[in-house]
Design a protein around this ligand. Structure first.
Ligand code: ADP
Ligand code: ADP
Length: 232
């Protein structure tokens, strides 16, 4: 029941003739059903780790096993397939297609996954009902509030029933009240048994997670259960 197994992950970038060591030996295990925040100051390696966990990039060295798949050295095509199957992404900027309705946006991962049309729409509607948007299914993103747009993105992340929900600063573009609504939604998703990794630099947001991993200078500085967890 291990979703993420990371061993001695290193990531180096080449900048001219300099080598930037963005991650310096990160090891991390996340089990099914966990809700983990990854925190750290600017430049600590959060985006780099998020890109590796999200199978958007591969490490310089070390091992990353995602739900039993070794994604450390995969080709870009194989990585794209793994991403679509295993990970539901939620971004700060929502990343919705403006020309499509909420429902059409939500079913897109199922189009890539080859799910038949009728089943796509059935599952898409179900996902939108689960995030409380049953009466906004045919609205386009520009007809929705920020919080509603992020709910659409969460429904899209869930529709494939992925092994991991990976959220990158999901409240970064939302006001405080709407942010709390979205964190409540993540609580609900977690309570339903989903595994969530939340990357954020906001202490208040990290407090919703049940475990907090802190990065500094490309290493894990601390990894603790969050005793003061906010339960929305
Ligand atoms: P964070 O998301 O916590 O701000 P990053 O993962 O973006 O941290 O960056 C970690 C380190 O790696 C920083 O020193 C940053 O400047 C460097 N870095 C990140 N991406 C690149 C890149 N594409 N090329 C060169 N250096 C990079
Ligand atoms: P391809 O380039 O092969 O079409 P994509 O890079 O579009 O593959 O991504 C495939 C999956 O990864 C999609 O489900 C998409 O939502 C997700 N994804 C992950 N990271 C990103 C990102 N930064 N931007 C857009 N989609 C992303």
């Amino acid at each position: 029941d291990t979703v993420i197994l990371i061993e001695e992950l290193h990531k180096h970038y080449h900048l001219g003739n300099q080598v930037v060591k963005a991650l310096n030996g990160v090891s991390l295990t996340i089990k099914k059903g966990e809700y983990v925040a990854i925190m750290g100051p600017s430049g600590s390696g959060k985006s780099t780790l998020m890109n590796l966990i999200g199978a958007l990039d591969t490490p310089s060295s070390g091992r990353y096993i995602l739900n039993g798949n070794d994604v450390s050295h995969m080709s870009d095509d194989k990585l794209a397939e793994i991403r679509n199957r295993e990970i539901g992404f939620v971004f700060q900027t929502f990343n919705l297609l403006q020309r499509y309705s909420a429902l059409e946006n939500v079913v897109l991962p199922l189009v890539y996954g080859g799910v038949p049309r009728e089943e796509r729409y059935r599952r898409g509607k179900e996902a939108l009902v689960n995030v409380g948007l049953e009466d906004r299914m045919l609205h386009k993103p520009n007809e929705l509030s920020g919080g509603q747009r992020q709910r659409v993105a969460v429904a899209r992340a869930l529709v494939n029933n992925p092994s991991l929900i990976l959220a990158d600063e999901p409240t970064g573009n939302l006001d405080t009240k709407t942010s709390i609504d979205i964190m409540r939604l993540f609580d609900q998703i977690h309570a339903a048994g989903n595994t969530i990794v939340l990357v954020t630099h906001e202490e208040d947001i990290a407090q919703y997670a049940e475990r907090i991993v802190r990065l500094r200078d490309g290493r894990i500085e601390s990894d603790v259960m969050n005793e003061a967890r906010i339960q929305a």
